[in-house]
Design a protein around this ligand. Sequence first.
Ligand code: 13P
Length: 248
Amino acid sequence: MRQLYIAGNWKMNLVPSQAAKYASELAAAAKDAKVKVMIAPTYVCLPAVVEAVKGSNIIVAAQNVNDHEKGAYTGEISCDMLKDIGVKTVILGHSERRQYYGETNEFINKKVLFALQNGMDIDLCVGETLEEREGGRLEQVLADQINIGLDGVTEEQMAHVTIAYEPVWAIGTGKTATPADANSAHEYIRGLIAKKFGKAVAEKQIIQYGGSVKPSNVKELMACEHIDGALVGGASLTLEQFLPIINC
Ligand code: 13P
């Protein structure tokens, strides 16, 4: 049995004081949650949020990390910096980083390898654009994102890898993939993992769904065989919406 993993990607929302207040309310409200819970605030909110959820089971993650140990990389944040403040999980390859900041599969792979070698857990995002889906390229796009993104990762390291399938056309648009479409993409991804790392790894692999997940659609999605959790954007920003998702 794979344990459900519900994550909130706060993206570029909430200032530190709001983030800390919300995180402490969430920690109290979700203390009996049956699922694994993660929140990913912006870098400047991380110290306050780590402090706010101290003693709870909530995992605090960063939304990105650099692929070098340290040095002249203006504006960047390293794994050591995150670990020093108690953050050991990071989202990598989000479609917004691919789309707006030109991150390629090869570049994301460098971050994946560096973060794993540095003892971090990663949440690797994959997913197709509408154009790619309508052009019949869904499987090729996912295969490249998985095969290149996880190139050089070992079977043992896969225990520290979560995958989030986020169809780009469903992010922030209110459009959700139907549970059947999402499940079949997840099944395909699990097959790719089986080919690359073996059946046992694939069976254990947590694959989250992301893209307009909300209290009204979460149950149906989580009921699907290959969907093991959610990476939630907009609906993770308030307790009113995120708590029912966690308690799904
Ligand atoms: P929304 O839930 O706002 O569609 O965002 C999904 C997402 O991109 C999470 O990483």
